[in-house]
Design a protein around this ligand. Sequence first.
Ligand code: 4AD
Ligand code: MG
Length: 461
Amino acid sequence: MKRTRVKAALAAEREADEILVKGWVRTRRDAKGFSFLEINDGSCLKNLQVLVDESTDAYGGLKDIHTGASVEVRGALVESPGKGQKWELRARKLTLLGPADATAYPLQKKRHSDEFLRTIAHLRPRTNKYGALFRIRSEASFAVHQYFREQGFYYLHTPIITGSDCEGAGELFRVTRLPAVPEMGSPGEDVFEKDFFGKEANLTVSGQLEAELFACALGSVYTFGPTFRAENSNTPRHAAEFWMIEPEVAFADLNDNMDLAEDLVKAMVTHVMKHCSDDLALFARFVDKTLTATLENIVDEPYVRLPYGEAVEILQKSGRKFEFPVAFGSDLQTEHERFLCERHFKKPVIVFDYPKEIKPFYMRVNDDGKTVAAMDLLVPRVGELVGGSQREERLDMLQRRMDEAGIDQEAYWWYLDIRRFGSVPHAGFGLGFERFLMMVTGVTNIRDVIPFPRTPKSLEF
Ligand code: 4AD
Ligand code: MG
């Protein structure tokens, strides 16, 4: 007999004589003559109530069945006379599949702190909150692919191991087979020659450079994969391994890029609100009471578009004491970003045209010679959700920028080639997937929206 998932059982249109359900016991309540089991199989937030009556064979199967155990239940799906559920399963046969020691099982009925649950990341998806979170994560991933497919984008798999550093921030994780740290070689010796690839290799910080090459061939592409940064900042918004969505579009400028970012975010939020309403309701109830209003605002309101210079003025005139002072030429900090969208505009804000000194070499230099066609999309609670730009498509200008940044042109000959052969204006951005999930659920720590977080001094599971 085919197993029925709890979600399907709960959504049944009529009673059924016999169904088979498998799952984990969330709770057991014993009364005189019968017991109730709450079974969850991960397919949805709600549990299926199972009634085990003394008069059935199933009753004998109750021995050793406690919270955390896995079970198999056969029985009739009938309308529940009790409150709180439409259907219940009247067990005829109950089999213990895997017992769980009730005294040792860490997930007890009470609410556990997020900090504690992080230490048992292998079990936390069995809780209501984390089950909901990771179903939302799955659905949001699907929303990304669906959105781009409908817009005519091609999904591109960019390499995880790279020989380049897109962001030029030096936050790289080296990949090596060398038995000793290369710095131990003698001066002038290229120790990486002996390494696996014959040159220095790292985990990618971004798929952008490769995505640009493909955008200038397939027109519109996107990547959606893991990226790695050895940022030694132990913040609630940074992980050493995180997932990024990076669209790249040929024949596009900064305005097109802003339109795409706004449209993508709105489409993703709309999709999650539509397809994860039960799971989202848990976050709106227990995690952030303003969540629904925040998400509706993100979907309904046009985003503010604001040149960096004006953003700095607003911050300076705000009369606020920021931990980091604001001045033209310095990068915006999370406190500034959050002030702009939470307090000042009360909606998402796209800041564009940043000073070129604080942005990477690939961003297109504006006519003023001082700023680049960069854009950051800032959202409530999270700050920067998206970072992107129009790319420098003029060969001479790009070469000048690389020289200024101290980047070896020879190593990027393929990147420069794209400007030599049929160069076109193009633009793209990176959207941090975990930051998106923080925004959508109201969860305030990035460690709680990724299955197994990698952060400084933390590599369990
Ligand atoms: O602004 P970033 O560094 O942009 C790039 O990497 C570009 N190459 C993207 C592009 O144009 N194709 O990163 C993009 C986004 C950020 O806005 C943020 O949401 C997220 O990635 N992000 C992180 N998320 C979690 N942990 C980290 N350490 C992150 N660093 C960036
Ligand atoms: Mg950025």
